[in-house]
Design a protein around this ligand. Structure first.
Ligand code: SF4
Ligand code: SF4
Length: 264
């Protein structure tokens, strides 16, 4: 159900699976390891994971992030990342109970995919393509407990496709050439990145309570969608970050508007 951060060595030394490759695995409440994978793990949340979880918990995004996540900042880290918070002495996920996952329908991508992980080269070539790999951990007793299942069927059976589709824009953002440079984000840029990607209710207030919409061109139908549609807002936020931080043409200034620096 959950996925721990994996070292590049582990990924590169294991078998690379394509969508039609198989692995024998079954998970269920009858296994003696049930729920063990929801303790003491590092689960990185994507913006879409946060969106789904804050909706499932009926919390404002700021409240959700405060209550259920951590945002560690390391010197090597180029942009803000969000981890699911583990609670108590045994460091268990706040959503797990004896019955299993309390947010099962909205559980994060990493939880859906486990024991599969996914890796993607920054610039895929015919010989260096995205691939999946199996995480073999002693705590998990589901390996070899069923007939082999294809990666494709696993992804589909776990409802992970929508998550992958919704995370395309964020993936492009995090794989951008900008991060190869030696210019770190300013504090203000890092705060904007965090808000536009994860704290969507605050970002909505930023969109509607600053001069942003007077400065960039956004058609009326989209403005209306941004008021209520979190997915549209997330896509808009990623375009905004690419415009205001990377200097890309993902948005257009209105005629006579001040340069992007005046807003970001
Ligand atoms: S979100 Fe659900 S599946 Fe993921 S670690 Fe928490 S309880 Fe387990
Ligand atoms: S089989 Fe693996 S994924 Fe399923 S509950 Fe056990 S440890 Fe978690």
């Amino acid at each position: 159900m959950a996925c721990e951060a994996v070292s590049p060595q582990t990924i590169l030394s294991g078998a690379r699976l394509g969508l039609d490759d198989t692995f024998p695995f079954r998970c269920g409440p009858d296994l003696d390891c049930f729920g063990r994978c929801c303790r003491d793990v590092n689960i990185v949340l994507t913006p879409y994971d946060v969106l789904r979880l804050k909706r499932a918990t009926e919390l404002d995004s700021s409240e959700f992030l405060e209550k259920h996540t951590l945002c560690p900042r390391g010197e090597e880290q180029k942009f803000p990342m969000v981890l699911l918070k583990m609670d108590g002495e045994d460091k268990r996920c706040g959503f797990v109970s004896e019955k299993g996952c309390g947010v099962y329908n909205d559980r994060p991508w990493a939880c859906r995919m486990y024991p599969l992980g996914a890796a993607e080269p920054k610039t895929p070539t015919p010989v260096d393509q995205p691939f999946h790999f199996v995480l073999q951990e002693d705590l998990c007793h589901g390996h070899g407990r069923s007939r082999p299942v294809t990666v494709r069927d696993w992804v589909s059976s776990q409802g992970a496709e929508a998550y992958e589709m919704m995370s395309g824009g964020f993936k492009e953002l995090t794989l951008h050439d900008f991060w190869d440079g030696d210019k770190p984000l300013t504090e203000a840029q890092a705060a904007m990145f965090y808000m536009a990607c994860y704290d969507l209710d605050s970002f909505r207030r930023f969109v509607f309570e600053t001069r942003l919409l007077q400065l960039v061109e956004v058609d009326e139908a989209r403005v209306e969608a941004l008021r209520t549609d979190d997915q549209e807002l997330l896509e808009f936020g990623i375009q905004w970050l690419r415009f205001s931080i990377f200097g890309e043409g993902t948005m257009k200034l209105r005629k006579g508007a001040a340069p992007r620096r005046a807003v970001a």
